[in-house]
Design a binder for this molecule. Structure first.
Ligand SMILES: Nc1ncnc2c1ncn2[C@@H]1O[C@H](COP(=O)(O)OP(=O)(O)OP(=O)(O)O)[C@@H](O)[C@H]1O
Ligand SMILES: [Mg+2]
Length: 326
């Protein structure tokens, strides 16, 4: 099956600090991956590893410094905004920020129908909106006449997904879509993604801290650290038998229910983030339990082992699985 999205050596450089003392941060460093229709591709990794920057480049909010993004086997071209918006839709972390509290929620849905000329009159529009709301477990009568404050975060996230479904996209980009939603209804949103994948054959780029939901959604995963893809491959394989010491560490740390805290345990959100971004060699060398001298000096190559790509000196020169990591 052809890829619906491919990134090739996608790179984004940011400069931070003053003009005289500015740091060059490679927030996304030669990231290459492919997504297929009907598949979930997860981008995972701790805060500040470059996940949102990847998503923003795919959505055209940010220009890549280098590398390319290929959509449905076509190079992304300028002036194809309408085509683009109909193929790729996004759902963001905080549903309360998506909707203006003073505006009725249905207004957003009708606006999308109007913008894309999806219906010829009001009753056709209502019918279309109702069908998309039903796809996410709601209905037009539940939404009609109501303001954002009258819904829960989970309901608003569903409405936001229904709105993106209006244009029948082939790819949904969901950046931390459940982290602000109550833990009790988180799974229902994750199940909704499963439904969109299976029933509508959509591709879903799922960005998360939560490896449990990534595991549940299956598909492929790329584990990022300071702009780099450390390990990439089928979710079950990567999470059940992680090759990279970072993936192993990530799997052991438990994400907190409280999104403000995000992580507890062995990974703390780093004041060392800047230091790690500026580090030569492997970005993870400063925290890696299996660090070697070479890791501090030389960036590891990506090695392919049993369908998993791993960027780690432990596997340099390996052609097959010669090293089992417990
Ligand atoms: N516009 C910008 N200017 C400068 N630096 C930026 C900009 N956007 C992001 N960064 C930096 O790039 C790095 C990656 O940020 P990004 O938001 O992509 O991470 P993330 O993985 O999405 O994190 P989180 O899980 O917290 O959402 C961070 O160090 C961030 O501070
Ligand atoms: Mg982010």
């Amino acid at each position: 099956m052809p890829a619906i999205l491919e990134t090739r050596n996608l790179t984004k450089v940011f400069y931070r600090g003053s003009l005289l003392a500015r740091d060059r941060i490679v927030a996304v460093d030669n990231v290459s991956f492919q997504m297929k229709r009907g598949e979930v591709f997860t981008l995972a990794g701790e805060s500040g590893c470059g996940k949102t920057t990847v998503a923003r480049m795919i959505l055209g909010f940010e220009h890549p410094t280098s590398g390319e993004i290929v959509y449905e086997n076509n190079e992304a071209k300028k002036n194809e905004k309408v085509w683009f918006n109909q193929r790729i839709q996004a759902v963001f972390q905080n549903p309360f920020e998506t909707f203006n509290p003073l505006r009725k929620v249905e207004g957003y849905l009708f606006e999308t129908v109007r913008n894309y000329r999806l219906a010829s009159d009001r009753s056709a529009a209502e019918k279309l909106i109702n069908s998309k709301l039903e796809a996410v477990g709601l209905s037009f009568s539940e939404v009609q006449g109501r303001y954002p404050s009258e819904f829960s975060g989970g309901q608003l996230q569903r409405i936001s997904i229904a709105r993106s479904l209006l244009v029948d996209p082939s790819l949904l980009i969901a950046d931390e879509p459940v982290s602000m939603v109550d833990a009790s209804i988180r799974m229902s949103i994750v199940n909704l993604f499963k439904h969109l994948r299976d029933e509508l054959n959509m591709g879903i780029l799922y960005i998360t801290h939560d490896l449990a939901t990534a595991y549940y959604l299956n598909g492929q995963i790329a584990v990022m650290f300071r702009g780099n893809t450390m390990e990439m491959g089928p979710v079950q394989q990567v999470l059940m038998n992680p090759l990279h010491p970072y993936t192993q560490l990530l799997r052991e740390s438990i994400p907190e229910a409280d999104p403000a805290k995000k992580w507890q345990g062995r990974i703390s959100i780093a004041e060392t983030e800047q230091e790690e971004y500026l580090r030569e060699g492997c970005k993870f060398a400063g925290r890696c339990p299996q660090v070697m001298e070479i890791c501090k000096k030389q960036v590891p190559d990506i090695v392919s082992i049993d369908g998993v790509q791993v960027k780690c000196h432990l596997y340099s020169g390996t052609k097959g699985r010669q090293k089992e990591v417990s």
